[in-house]
Design a protein. Structure first.
Lengths: 270, 255
């Protein structure tokens, strides 16, 4: 009699490592006692004090995004190698781990999604806050109406030199940082202004109302996106900044780095 | 019957009444204190401190000890009053000394208990704060903080019960002065830089995106914080202490 173990066993037989996505403490403990495989913990925080840990910038709702990000992070940190097979255990329907998928790490399908956070000029924390802010803005909009917004994060000095003010800068001589409690409300109010927000490496909001003037040569962004995306994408090619754009028309949040579209998330899915 | 009448007026009877009253009031005050301390969240505040753990292992708790202390304080007063009324010890001088002394002992014991708890709490807080710094020597610092607090508590307690603490006070002063001197010397640059940084942040003579020259370095300002200014040219990023900004002055470059 073949039990379920034999059938489902294919999923996790001969894997090089097991990746646990946000496991609970006791769940992780049980895995550590298994000698056969290396255990990699992936999550927004290292709650279980695991030795090998890959940090997620967001609690990705989309499973494939979550796993892809985790694998790319692990590849980048040289925890796993190209071609390794992993059993990724994650939660889909409940808060506990309820799903295992067998994934082969592939360095060629590199999207740069991990680099966006870990290898950018700006602090990962700052990028994470701005992304969360854009997502929140996308969910709620401004007074119920959809809004668009453009955040340029990092390398603020150069960005400021490649842009000009559209009007007086409301953040002049202020010391507001993203992640401060009141900032979300403030940025939400200011999001109806035209132009871009410029944010420094450490998260200081340098300016709003900026008109970006990058050269748009060689920028390869999907056709159909508007001037806001083009401006955001182009400035990331000219400087070491990244751009996080909330589209007014389709409501998606996109991130650009080095002139390329790296990440696309739907705020409604969070 | 006359004997009964006089018996009621006997000091011994009044003394017994006082004693009973004292026991009742003491017990009530003890219970009240316990309730009050529990309600104001003291058990959570002291949780995890070695003092509390020691108390736990002795089958009691910090709150209970403090509550008992207040109860025993009142018992003590009752007993002494009873003794006084019964005129067992007929020495006014002794009485005077004792009434002065008892509250002092009470305060002293209280100070020691609070000192222990605060010291443990401080040690925990400091070690928690320093947990990010992975240096073995750093583990000395929480201990230092703990014993400093204990030392101060001990001096206060000893001072309360009238022990001469002048020598200990001098030691404390020397220690504190040394700490301040070493601190001021070690953090001199930081203090100067942060003073300059406060000016820079408030007045913003230059902002992010400006092209400036500070001393030798020329570049675009990328970041200004309390201690340093980061300026960057095409290939190099300079992290300039704000102290230098004031010493060398700032040149804003306009094309």
């Amino acid at each position: 009699m073949a039990g379920l173990d034999d059938v489902f066993g294919d999923l996790f037989s001969n894997v090089d490592a097991a990746a646990l996505f946000s496991p609970s403490g006791s769940y992780y403990e049980r895995f550590v006692e298994v000698d056969e495989v290396d255990v990699i913990v992936v999550g927004t925080e290292n709650d279980v004090s695991a030795e090998t840990f890959v940090e997620l910038p967001l609690e990705f709702d989309n499973i494939s995004d979550r796993i892809r990000f985790g694998l790319e992070g692990a590849l980048n940190q040289d925890i796993i190698e190209d071609g390794d097979t992993l059993a990724c255990a994650t939660s889909v329907f409940s808060d506990d781990i309820d799903t295992v998928s067998r994934v082969r790490a592939d360095a060629d399908s590199h999207t740069g999604i991990y680099d966006l956070f870990a290898r950018s000029r700006a602090d990962p924390e700052v990028i994470k806050s701005v992304l969360e802010l854009a997502i929140e803005l996308g969910q709620k909009g401004q007074k119920g109406k959809p809004v668009g917004a453009l955040f340029i994060v990092g390398d603020a000095g150069k960005v400021m030199n490649k842009s000009r003010p559209l009007s007086y800068n409301p953040f002049e001589k202020s010391h507001v940082h993203v992640g401060d409690p009141i900032v979300n409300v403030m940025l939400k109010e200011f999001s109806r202004l035209d132009g871009a927000f410029v944010i420094s490496d450490a998260g200081k909001i340098v300016s709003a109302y900026r008109y970006l003037e990058p050269s748009a040569e060689g920028v390869d962004i999907p056709k159909g996106l508007g001037a806001r995306h083009m401006a955001g994408g182009a400035i990331t090619r000219d400087t070491n900044a990244i751009a996080i754009v909330l589209s007014e028309s389709d409501g998606l949040v996109r991130a650009f780095k080095a002139g390329e579209l790296i990440l696309e998330v739907d705020p409604e899915a969070y | 019957m006359v004997d009964w009448q006089t018996l009621i007026d006997e000091p011994a009877v009044i003394a017994t009444a006082v004693l009973i009253l004292g026991v009742v009031v003491g017990y009530l005050v003890g219970r009240l204190n316990e309730e009050l301390l529990t309600a104001s969240g003291v058990p959570e505040a002291v949780e995890g401190t070695p003092f509390e753990r020691t108390a736990q292992s002795l089958g009691t708790s910090t709150v209970e000890i403090v509550a008992r202390l207040s109860a025993w304080f009142i018992y003590g007063i009752a007993v002494l009053t009873a003794i006084h009324i019964a005129q067992l010890l007929d020495t006014d001088a002794f009485w005077l000394r004792v009434t002065e002394f008892i509250p002092q002992v009470f305060v002293a014991v209280l100070v020691v208990i609070v000192g222990f708890v605060v010291a443990d709490k401080m040690e925990l807080a400091v070690s928690e704060y320093l947990r990010g710094v992975k240096l073995p020597e750093v583990s000395l610092l929480p201990k230092l903080v703990k014993y400093s607090v204990l030392y101060v508590a001990l001096i206060i307690a000893l001072g309360q019960i009238g022990v001469h603490v002048l020598a200990l006070m001098i030691l404390l002063t020397v220690y504190a002065a040394g700490l301040v001197l070493v601190g001021a010397y070690a953090f001199q640059d930081f203090l100067v830089s942060s003073a300059a940084g406060i000016y820079l942040l408030l007045n913003q003579p230059y902002g992010i995106g400006d092209r400036v020259r500070i001393g030798e370095q020329v570049g675009i300002v990328q970041e200004v914080d309390l201690f340093v200014t980061k300026i960057e040219d095409d290939s190099e990023e300079y992290i300039v202490p704000n102290r230098k900004v004031f010493e060398d002055g700032i040149v804003r470059i306009r094309e």
